[in-house]
Design a protein around this ligand. Sequence first.
Ligand SMILES: *Cc1c(COP(=O)(O)O)cnc(C)c1O
Length: 349
Amino acid sequence: MEEKMRFIDLRSDTVTIPTAEMRIAMANAAVGDDVYREDPTVNKLEEKAAMLLGKERALFVSSGTMGNLLAILVTCKAGDEVIMGNQGHTFLHEVGGMSALGGIFPNTLPNQPDGTLDLAMVARAIRGEDIHEPRTRMVIIENTQNQCGGVPISLTYMQQLSQLARENELFLHVDGARIFNAAAALQCSAKDLVQTADSVTFCLSKGLCAPVGSVLCGPQDFIEEARRFRKMLGGGMRQVGILAAAGIIALDNMVERLSEDHRRATVLAEQLSQIPGFSLSKGKPQSNMVFLQVDHTVYPDLAVIAEQLKKESILIGFSGPDEIRIVTHYWVSDLDVQHVVRVWQNLQP
Ligand SMILES: *Cc1c(COP(=O)(O)O)cnc(C)c1O
């Protein structure tokens, strides 16, 4: 029953397939119509998620993109403004949904190398009561911050950002697609990490291995409103307990093991950065991502690297013109890591 992926797929943790245990839970899930709130498995997942993140309520959504979009749509009216990082997923990879569907305006600030937004810059970016200006309603922080190296954002920073948000009556949303990776990296609980935030989205379908879904957590009235917007966007699903069943296993059994992925990322980083032509472009990995700068003079064509690796059943991703991104996850074992290092050592320019 346990399925092994044919490739050692290091492109992303989104490629994870469900475990055998998840498949069984899915097959046996009690289901009902979730639009009527009658799916017991979805209800159970939402209660569990709310509890784990320390929020009043939670909502199962089809993707992280939908979770972030709902948070913005609930919080902002057309013409309002959201402060976010210019290296953030919400700005870069969510198809501009907030503007296209909500008429909401992103005010992007540069992410610092550690993934944070400079607090003084955030303070300056918040608008006053000037009739010429949009109203700043919200700030979004991504944790772990993917583009900056899969870096966890510290508890202290989260508290400082929250205080600034509160002083200015801004809603603080965490794009916590990998919040459990952040918590594992910081050796704290996800609950503590988002305690000072108003809402958080996290993904079940990445390192946690569930096939589909994310969860948006926040205050009761906020989640009620998010449920309306979810329906509006066509995200009101029916016997979706089939999917939520895998999410429950993800929360019960897959959170504790994430530090294994982090350990393997560290091994890969140490080994691969010793090979001529490759260096760590974003420092030592702090979670499950390794970013390698490729020396153009040694390897003029990155596609040649990808081809050679693919012949050895290894898939990698690219995050810039001369940058490779490698992501570890449940389906990458210690043996796989050894294989990758061995193959990499024999690459030909
Ligand atoms: C994956 C991801 C999301 C959500 O992506 P979906 O593909 O819509 O689930 C949001 N934020 C970050 C940082 C992500 O990595």
